[in-house]
Design a protein around this ligand. Structure first.
Ligand code: CMX
Length: 134
């Protein structure tokens, strides 16, 4: 599947504006944009660091995966995203190797990326996102 690089690290936060007080104002990262991804019930903020980005995630609904994660585990690292060139090919390869996919077909993520999640039960407790950007 030829993984490229860590595209971004997703961090679940209760309040995006409060989280920006650290990541942007105190740490000094540049805020590239804020976007709501309706399908994922999440509001995101992207802050690039070199080749990768920090993605702050605030749930927009109590039933969203991010809100449920915070309820169970508190704020913190929610997922790691690896960039691939061919998302369908990567999904097919992992499925053939017996990996449990949350998404067996790509869906739309923030910034127009096509994404698919691997279940944390297959990736040793880490929610892994595969991410393809054109
Ligand atoms: N990282 C690691 N483990 C996680 C996790 C996370 N982010 N979220 C849940 N889990 C663990 C739970 O703690 C639980 O483990 P235990 O059984 O040991 O307690 C297990 O996964 C639960 O799995 P489940 O019952 O199958 O599913 P849940 O209802 O808890 O949902 C998950 C978990 C990962 C399937 C769901 O959150 C999901 O589909 N996520 C993908 C979509 C998503 O996260 N979107 C938000 C980001 C969007 C974006 O970046 O644009």
């Amino acid at each position: 599947m030829n993984p490229k690089n860590i595209d971004h690290i997703g961090i679940a936060v209760i309040d995006l504006d409060e989280a920006l007080e650290f990541w942007r104002d105190q740490l000094g990262l540049e805020l590239h944009g804020v976007e709501t991804v309706e399908q994922q019930k999440v509001k995101t903020a992207f802050l690039p660091v070199g080749d990768t980005e920090v993605e702050l995630l605030q749930g927009t609904d109590p039933e969203s995966p991010v809100a449920k994660f915070i309820e169970k585990k508190g704020e913190g690292i929610h997922h790691i995203a690896i960039r691939v060139d061919d998302l369908e090919g990567a999904i097919a390869e992992l499925k053939a190797k017996g990996v449990r996919m949350i998404d067996e077909t790509p869906r739309l993520g923030a910034g127009g990326a096509r994404i698919a999640f691997v279940h944390p039960k297959s990736s040793r407790g880490v929610l892994l996102e595969l991410c393809e950007r054109k």
